[in-house]
Design a protein around this ligand. Structure first.
Ligand SMILES: [Zn+2]
Length: 86
């Protein structure tokens, strides 16, 4: 990876949803997909395609995505709000 790519990946991991301890807060699981569609790849501003959806517990949702343009894979983290059953 080039230095620029590395820097951007580092930035992505620091932004909300980039790490399990920095999840994006959502009201319900139904919103997760909407939020993913609104996000853009930090490398190329491309849209994400949803690949996989995991619920490891504690209201956490791990969404595996792949960029439609540069094909970078990345995991996005969400936490369901307190109103959600779980
Ligand atoms: Zn991309």
């Amino acid at each position: 990876m080039s230095r620029l790519v590395e820097e951007r990946e580092k930035l992505a991991s620091l932004s909300p949803g980039g790490r399990p301890d920095r999840p994006i807060e959502v009201d319900s699981a139904a919103v997760v997909e909407v939020r993913v569609r609104a996000l853009r790849c930090p490398q190329c501003e491309g849209e994400y395609r949803l690949e996989d959806h995991e619920a490891p517990g504690g209201g956490i949702r791990k969404v595996s995505v792949i960029c439609r343009l540069c094909q970078v894979r990345r995991a996005l983290w969400f936490r369901l709000g307190s109103l959600a059953p779980n």
